[in-house]
Design a protein around this ligand. Structure first.
Ligand code: ATR
Length: 277
């Protein structure tokens, strides 16, 4: 019987690598909530059926991950402006009548992570350099613009993807080639790597940081390893660094609060629990 037990989870394909069950599981235990957060392996073909069924089974909501983030948005009954702008959902909440509300919390997770370590930091401090133009970049660029970035310079292996992003997200975005990075670096306030380069098992991120300003904040969304080569080099150059684990933790908080009625804390204890999972 699930009556009285609050249920939520994460849906993806694959799902085994997801850190979300450890993360939400830690919060459930910490706050003594009678609930479960369940990883669910669901294929594309079954996703729509599962989404219709979960509210009937007592689920309050779910996170969605690859490859369901775009289709989740299309199937939802209501969507937030930021999810619409990003074109993907990561957090679904079910109403008592089974309607699906879709949100995307990646952008606010990104901002909250940086602001937790550097409360004075604002995207409006100056130009941002964003490496990559995939799904993560879309959420991060939207968040940087919303936080007042005067200019976002986009660099991506496949130039047409950054051009698409510029066409959709607006005039403050400038598309640039990878080779030009050293020329603009001295005038950049915020650097973000949104690619998978530098992650365990992936190719290294080759970037020349020689011109990096000491005032610049460098953030990598890769969190395995926690201190990537990019962050190590930036630290050696005297810049401010923020690792990517906090974005994962902060993007999870709004869903947890909506489903389980408790605003959760993102702190060192949580970081340790998720890293050791
Ligand atoms: P996500 O949703 O995590 O952002 P994605 O949409 O697949 O994933 O985007 C991955 C990003 O990493 C893209 O910017 C991709 O560049 P391309 O658009 O050229 O594919 C970048 N990326 C992945 N592997 C790369 C590599 N070996 N070299 C350069 N960029 C790479």
């Amino acid at each position: 019987m699930t009556e009285g037990v609050q249920l939520a989870g994460v849906i993806g394909d694959p799902i085994g690598h997801s850190k979300s069950p450890a993360l939400h599981g830690h919060w459930l235990k910490r706050y003594g909530i009678n609930g479960h957060y369940i990883p669910m392996h669901v294929t594309r073909d079954d996703f729509a059926d599962v989404l219709k069924t979960l509210p009937k089974m007592g689920f309050r909501g779910v996170n969605v991950t690859v490859p369901h983030k775009e289709i989740a948005l299309q199937l939802a009954d209501t969507i937030t402006d930021r999810a619409a702008l990003i074109g993907a959902a990561n957090t679904l909440t079910f109403t008592s009548t089974g309607k699906v509300q879709a949100d995307n919390t990646d952008g606010i997770g990104f901002l909250a992570n940086i602001k937790q370590k550097y409360p004075e930091w604002r995207a409006s401090n100056g130009s941002a350099l964003v490496l990559g133009a995939g799904g993560a970049a879309r959420a991060i660029v939207s968040a940087l613009l919303a936080d007042g970035a005067p200019e976002v310079i986009l660099v991506n292996r496949t130039r047409s993807r950054s051009e698409n992003l510029r066409d959709q997200l607006g005039a403050r975005i400038k598309v640039m080639d990878w080779t030009k990075i050293p020329q603009v670096l001295p005038d950049i306030a915020t650097v973000v790597n949104t690619t998978s380069l530098g992650m365990v098992g992936q190719q290294p991120l080759n970037i020349d940081l020689a011109g990096l300003n000491k005032e610049t904040l460098v953030n990598d969304i890769v969190y395995a390893p926690l201190k990537t080569e990019l962050l190590l080099q930036a630290e050696q150059a005297g810049a401010h660094i923020v690792d990517g684990l906090g974005m994962l933790l902060h993007q999870a908080a709004p869903g947890f609060e909506r489903w389980f009625g408790q605003r959760p804390e993102v702190d060192d204890e949580l970081r340790k629990a998720v890293l050791s999972a």
